[in-house]
Design a protein around this ligand. Sequence first.
Ligand code: SF4
Length: 149
Amino acid sequence: MARNSVPTEALDIPAREELVDSLTLHTCLRNCTGKSGAAAGCCTLGTRAYIIGPIPDTAELLARLSERLERDVPYDEVFVDYAEGSKAFPDNPEWQREVCYPALRVRMDDPSFPCRFLADDNLCSIHDIRSVTCSRYSCDHLTTLIAGI
Ligand code: SF4
């Protein structure tokens, strides 16, 4: 039977948007930057020269967090400025660049230094209200994969 004999409307083909979402979820949780088993690299520092910043929409994010948590969320609970960050990571060149601030605070009790909003399942706990820095970011690996769909 010729392949084009089946009307495409009869096939359960996911929309491109659904494919992008599934590909993104799989890549970020199971194959981050093409490494099998790796996850959420852009939400953790690891040992790389890397910082999660700058964050341009600090006021808007704090407002959304305060509404979500039903309390006033202070700036320092979420963000790190140059004075603090440059001392916290003296050997990480990205943390020595003032233009990278304000940055998202990371958990210092975890050797991979995850963003304070990264949950144990490697999902963002504030995905729907995250900053524009996070929502606009797509690593080169993921960008290339999505372009191929
Ligand atoms: S706010 Fe969410 S998306 Fe942004 S770095 Fe943190 S965990 Fe990742």
